[in-house]
Design a protein around this ligand. Structure first.
Ligand code: K7E
Ligand code: CUA
Length: 615
């Protein structure tokens, strides 16, 4: 039995390898699947946004290990802006001024996979965007000004925060989970051979303040040493539950591609987060790494394990909350689990065993259907009218199928190797249909050659009709994992910071107030930036002084940004209209150093300059 099972694994791995090789060897140049002229004209018309016209949707795409978020317009797929999150971004001065530098802390990179728009009643409410970082962090971007406002973490005990950030239907929590189990508390060294018993995973709920969006520690739950991969919050009927996929339930070490593929099934962990919230509020749990951690062995009813095809990746809850979609990523089918049946099985104690005291539900009792979507199902998004779309990594395609009847009705090939996919409001309680974007892992042969370090491709698909239609290719910085698409009119961004809202203690609004004050060897420079002068136009300090420059951009005009680039000191700040930013440095080098406005702001932008003299 074991033998044949292993052979099956190897066959699948072989299929995977052949698939990847084939796609590498056969770049799909335009010649191979040339569309007819009328197709091209029809597709072009659908995606064409005329000069001066606006896109219908925003797409917020994760930037993977670039640590950023990229914003696109849909359907044009035009890149509108980059929101720096976990990585310095000189274009906006992010990571250079005192506040953003402090927010980044000692980390200058992040690996961001899953953006999550804040929700009210399961609908995107246009307030915030959360995004995970593998370094145990979650960030909050305010969609009023598209700026990163908080980076929470690194959260203790959560090692490799991949299964994050997923918000609950009223943004009570943004969730996280450890991809890599480790001995706890962090800082404990235990040999890898003791992985199965001494290493632990953790899933966590980060509480979100409903008014301010401020994140704080909610609850943590101790989990068996599996790799927690992706998650989705229940909604409507399943509101109050959270689902996380896991792989390596074998608790294996070494070559996981082999050792963690022994069992036919891994698990989706189903967590009653309201019960966890209650237990945490009652002060239950043991302190690990300075945080209270709930142990499901001691608090029954918190966690159940749902067997799922081996090595599952995504788990996605249908818009009505009734179906939990998950699949082994080497399988040819995806499973729709029935939330009601899960609850019945829990009530009836319909268990087949346990893992570290956590009951394992019986697959046959909770499964509703196995949908033959195709090979390598990873993620599912939803359209209007019960349509579901599953990305197929191995088949390099998207399958369209129907919730309820479970029939596969269409497939469209992707170029190449699709990972996530994102539909318009496609994981809310009321998906729009219309647009679907395939976020592919490879792009070879689809763009002008740019050398070995190639972009990834994103492809826009029209899903308004029964048959899906590929419309457009676009390319992104590495690496688009997940993205979310929100109706543009749900966002109401400001374009200048209103003067009356600027409460910065060092803000000044008149060049008369600009100047230098000294306190011991601390020097404070209050600077005004306005077309086309940085006032003061020169200032002097002594070698060794700690210099703080507070720059207020007193403009109240859209798009009038000013920069403060200081040569020789690695300083580059950009100040938006109505904003005040500070930058602090020690004047270690004597001499004369020019500073200048970095953002082209007027005909006399080039004259917007001055000198720092260090004696
Ligand atoms: Cu690339 Cu969600 Cu990190 Cu799938 S993840 S593909
Ligand atoms: Cu201010 Cu250029």
């Amino acid at each position: 039995m074991m033998q044949s099972r292993n052979r099956w694994v190897w066959v699948l791995l072989g299929v995977l390898a052949v698939g990847v090789l084939a796609s590498r060897c056969a770049p799909d140049r335009r010649t191979s699947r040339r569309a007819t002229v009328s197709d091209v004209a029809a597709a072009a018309q659908k995606v064409y946004v005329a000069p001066g016209d606006l896109d219908e949707y925003y797409m917020f795409a994760s930037g993977g290990h670039s640590g950023q978020v990229y914003v696109y317009g849909i359907p044009s797929m035009r890149h509108l802006v980059t929101i720096p999150v976990f990585t310095p971004y000189p274009a906006t001065g992010y990571g250079f001024d005192d506040d953003s530098k402090a927010m980044l802390g000692s980390l200058t990179w992040g690996d961001a996979h899953h953006p999550a728009l804040s929700e009210t009643g399961g609908e995107y409410d246009g307030r915030w965007l959360f995004i995970n970082d593998m370094n145990g962090r979650v960030a909050r971007i305010d969609l009023r000004d598209f700026k990163t406002k908080q980076i929470f973490g690194p959260v203790p005990n959560v090692h490799g925060n991949h299964a994050s950030s997923f918000v609950t239907p009223n943004t009570e929590y943004t969730m996280m989970a450890s991809r890599f189990s480790i001995p706890l508390p962090e800082g404990t060294a235990v040999e890898v051979e003791k992985y199965a018993t001494e290493y632990k995973g953790v899933v966590a709920g980060i509480k979100v303040d409903p008014k301010s969006g401020e994140m704080s520690m909610g609850f943590q739950i101790l989990m068996p040493p599996f790799d927690y991969d992706l998650g989705d919050a229940g909604k409507k009927v399943s509101d109050g539950w959270m689902f996380w996929t896991s792989y390596n339930t074998e608790r294996a070490i070494g070559k996981l591609e082999v050792t963690a593929s022994q069992r036919d099934r891994d698990y989706i962990a189903a967590i009653d987060w309201r019960a966890a919230e209650k237990a945490a509020a009652a002060g239950q749990g043991d302190t690990i790494g300075g945080v209270k951690v709930l142990d499901p062995k001691k608090i029954p009813g918190l966690v159940y394990l749902m067997p799922c095809g081996k090595s599952p990746h995504g788990v996605d809850v249908s818009p009505d909350g009734k179906w939990i979609i998950g699949s082994g990523k080497l399988q040819g089918v995806t499973t729709a689990f029935n939330f009601e049946k899960i609850q019945t099985a829990i009530r009836n104690k319909d268990f087949t065993g346990e893992e570290d005291g956590i009951p394992v539900l019986k697959y046959e009792s909770i499964k509703e259907a196995e949908v033959p979507v195709g090979l390598g199902p990873l993620h599912t998004q939803f359209g209007a009218d019960g349509d579901a779309y599953t990305s197929l990594f191995v088949d390099s395609a998207i399958a369209k199928w129907k919730l309820g009847t479970w029939e596969v009705v269409d497939k469209v090939p992707m170029s190449y190797s699709i990972g996530h996919l994102s539909a318009a409001e496609g994981d809310s309680v009321s998906p729009d249909g219309k647009w679907l974007v395939g976020l592919n892992k490879l792009s070879h042969g689809r763009h002008l050659s740019v050398g070995p370090s190639q972009p990834e491709s994103s492809q826009l698909v029209d899903i308004t009709e029964e048959k899906m239609k590929l419309l457009l290719d676009a390319f992104t910085e590495p690496e688009p994992h997940y993205a979310q698409i929100v109706k543009a009119d749900k966002l109401k961004p400001i374009e200048v910071y209103p003067k009356e809202e600027n409460k910065h203690p060092l803000a000044i609004w008149d060049v008369k107030d600009a100047g230098v004050t000294r306190n011991g060897n601390n020097v404070l420079v209050k600077m005004v930036a306005v077309r086309s002068t940085l006032t003061p136009t020169a200032f002097e300090v002594r070698k060794g002084d700690v210099v703080k420059v507070a720059i207020t951009n007193i403009e109240q005009t859209t798009d009038e940004l000013h920069g403060f680039g200081l040569l020789g000191y690695n300083i580059n700040v950009v100040v938006d209209p109505g904003e005040t930013k500070t930058v602090t440095f020690t004047a270690t080098k004597p001499g004369v150093f020019a500073y200048y406005c970095t953002n082209f702001c007027s005909a006399l932008h080039q004259e917007m300059q001055g000198y720092l003299v260090v004696r």
